[in-house]
Design a protein around this ligand. Structure first.
Ligand code: IVH
Length: 668
């Protein structure tokens, strides 16, 4: 056997083992043997770059190279399902179907409603060709590179599958509970924000620009809909059985039923049993089984008449409210928290739930000792959804009152007009706010001091080493080495990270200052307009309002920030440590106002620069990059393969389309 044949043999064998392990859950060889085969294939592929194949099993590990997602129009639009929430609505649907079929008998295929994000996989000649997210149903993102890393999705179907030359199969990409929990544990350790639920985690992961990250996150996929011009069966159920034979993972819960009663039984069974499934589900999907009957029932504007979703009620428990405590967030926002008798909810013990704000407490007229209903609707943070007023007795405690002073610093709270939250206005010395300011200052989009995390900041704060962000630049090595078991090496890394931040461009420094309402975009605009902190600090209200995108609220906030003597001193200190307080020569020379006041949409694929680079170029020249086309769009910067929907809209509104080269000469 020559090496070329061996490569093919290894690929086929590894695809088969992948299927046995990730789809069937029945591995035939040990992990060690699998790794051996994989290594052999990797070596051979390295020696034969001419035989590279994106669908080789070796490609499942993804790549670190960042990529952009291309927008792709779905060959057949991706519809959604109408929802029902109780048996009566299910019965009404069943009767409508029966009527629509003029009383013919029909079967219904019952399936789980998987709670992830929908994906369309396109196969040609037995090979995965393209994977596209649902997007708006008409077009979605091409996420093929990322999807290749999902082990349960077949990249190449075995020849004996005898599948059609061209077909599409749709399903749900999911993060299994186990992977989800492991991921959140890792993120908690790395002091990164947690994902609220597996659906958000799966979606965030699938849209990652780095497919190596996707490969590590262990996604899974269940398929539930086969489409194409020559698909094998006459019924939905048969088609999915066939697809299962080809190697796809189809939910084993799928059942065919003949009566409404059997549908109810299916719902009752899975409402309980779903808690034992490895992935999140949020309901049941009912589909008329016969394709001929599906065609005769047809579609409404948004969803097929032949299918419907039944959504499970979120799990709910009753318990007793014992105490309300108040937390102060980084921005000074106060969150009331309910402390309750512990209860079991979706497999975890729940003791605390958010009460959102004062209006929420008023709405339920909450009293201590109240019987409250708590839900965990797929989210991690439980919420109180109702109060059992009937259950109140002589043991009922006092009404819950919102506090009037900050629990951390005692300052009287304020409630800004039109806002639901109370705030502690003491942003110069309230401890959680000070910590919050430092955390904001070092965050990735601000000074990007990633050698420091929130826990280290909290520790330094507690020990009195830092009180405001400028103190960071005064930290001495002897203050931090040895602390929290830190080795000298880690102390050096922290100091180096802080030192490097003095090179961060002015626009990000401006954002890092944490002036209320001055977000990333406003900071950029202001930096480019005023070019230095001194000019910004001196700007009058009128001058500020001249700037595109700066309104009353932001202008007010900037003025009062610079009027505060503490803030002036803060800026002076940062400046003395070398932090950038004006645009650099280089930035000054790269900027212009050629595109001042123009709203520009970017669409398609480009040859000379990436999409992000074009976005940066637009901003550097005073323009604004916007996501969707409207009458206000100045022009569209269009590359190859601009989406047809966008093209049509642009033509309808008479908006100019500018090619890549033309654009580059515009800003030259
Ligand atoms: S069938 C035309 N089956 O629920 C029928 N959808 O709003 C298309 N979903 O976007 C969908 N499990 O993401 C179908 N077994 C299942 C499903 C399912 C989850 C999702 C899907 C769709 C949404 C419906």
């Amino acid at each position: 056997m020559d090496e070329r044949q061996r490569i093919e043999q290894l690929r086929a064998e590894l695809h088969r083992h992948n299927h046995a392990y990730y789809v069937l859950n029945q591995p035939e060889i040990s992990d060690f043997e699998f790794d051996q085969l994989m290594r052999e294939l990797q070596d051979l592929e390295q020696r034969h770059p001419e035989l590279a194949d994106p669908n080789s099993p070796t490609q499942r590990v993804g790549s670190d190279l960042s990529h952009e997602f291309r927008q792709v129009v779905h060959r057949r639009p991706m519809l959604s399902l109408a929802n029902t929430y109780n048996r009566d609505e299910v019965r009404e649907w069943y009767e409508r179907v029966s009527e629509g079929l003029s009383g013919q008998s029909f079967q219904v295929c019952c399936e789980m409603k998987f709670d992830g994000l929908s994906i369309s996989l396109h196969y040609r000649n037995g090979r995965l060709e393209q994977a596209v997210t649902r997007g708006d149903g008409v077009q979605g993102d091409d996420v093929t590179e990322n999807v290749r890393t999902i082990r349960s999705i077949p990249l190449i179907l075995p020849p004996e599958a005898n599948c059609p030359d061209e077909f599409e199969i749709r399903g749900e990409v999911l993060m299994p509970w186990e992977s989800f929990e492991a991921l959140n544990r890792e993120r908690a350790e790395a002091e990164e924000p947690l994902f609220a639920n597996p659906r958000n985690a799966a979606s965030g992961t699938l849209k990652s620009k780095n497919s190596a990250v996707v490969a590590q996150r262990r996604l899974d996929a269940y398929l539930y809909y086969l489409l194409g011009d020559d698909i094998p069966g006459e019924s939905h159920y048969d088609n999915l059985q066939e697809a299962r034979r080809w190697g796809f993972k189809i939910g084993p819960q799928m059942r065919l039923v003949n009566t409404l009663q059997e549908i109810y039984d299916y719902i009752d069974y899975w409402d309980v049993e779903r808690k034992n499934l490895p992935v999140a589900t949020d309901g049941i999907v009912l589909k008329v089984n016969s394709l001929a009957q599906q065609r005769s029932l047809g579609l409404t504007a948004k969803s097929p008449r032949w299918a419907i979703a039944y959504k499970f009620m979120a799990e709910r428990q009753s318990t007793i409210l014992r105490e309300v405590t108040f937390q102060v967030g980084r921005t000074g926002a106060i969150t009331p928290v309910a402390n309750m008798d512990p209860i079991q909810l979706s497999g975890t013990v729940v003791r605390r739930a958010t009460l959102n704000n004062e209006d929420f407490i008023r709405k339920f007229d909450l009293h201590l000792g109240d019987h409250v209903f708590v839900e965990k609707g797929g989210e991690i943070i439980p919420k109180i959804v109702d109060v059992d007023v009937e259950a109140r007795d002589e043991n009922l405690g006092p009404r819950v009152e919102f506090i009037t002073r900050c629990p951390e610093c005692g300052t009287p709270l304020v409630r800004y007009e039109g806002e639901a939250a109370h705030y502690c206005p003491n942003d110069t010395s309230c401890p959680p706010q000070l910590k919050g300011r430092i955390e904001h200052f070092i965050s990735r989009k601000a000074m990007n001091i990633d050698s420091l995390g929130p826990e280290t900041v909290a520790e330094y704060f507690r020990r009195g080493i830092i009180r405001d962000p400028a103190d960071l630049y005064e930290i001495r090595r002897d203050q931090i080495s040895g602390a929290r078991g830190q080795k000298d090496k880690s102390a050096s890394k922290i100091l180096q990270g802080i030192q490097q931040s003095t090179q961060v461009p002015f626009e990000r420094v401006l954002y890092a200052l944490g002036i209320r309402f001055v977000g990333e975009t406003a900071a950029k605009t202001l930096a480019r307009y005023f070019k230095s902190i001194d000019r910004l600090a001196e700007a009058s209200m009128d001058e500020l309002l001249q700037v595109n995108g700066i309104g009353e609220v932001i202008a007010q906030s900037i003025q009062s920030w610079f009027q505060n003597a503490q803030n002036q001193w803060f800026v002076d200190r940062l400046r003395s440590y070398g932090v950038q307080m004006e645009l650099s020569e280089e930035e000054l020379s790269q900027h212009s106002d050629t595109l001042q006041g123009q709203s520009i949409v970017i669409s398609g694929v480009f040859a000379h620069h990436s999409r992000d680079e074009y976005k940066a170029l637009i901003e550097r020249h005073g323009g604004k990059n916007v996501g969707s086309i409207s009458a206000k769009t100045s022009f569209i910067l269009a590359g190859e393969n601009m989406g047809p929907a966008k093209l049509e809209k642009a033509q309808k509104l008479g908006i100019r389309i500018v090619g890549e080269d033309e654009f580059l000469s515009m800003i030259e």
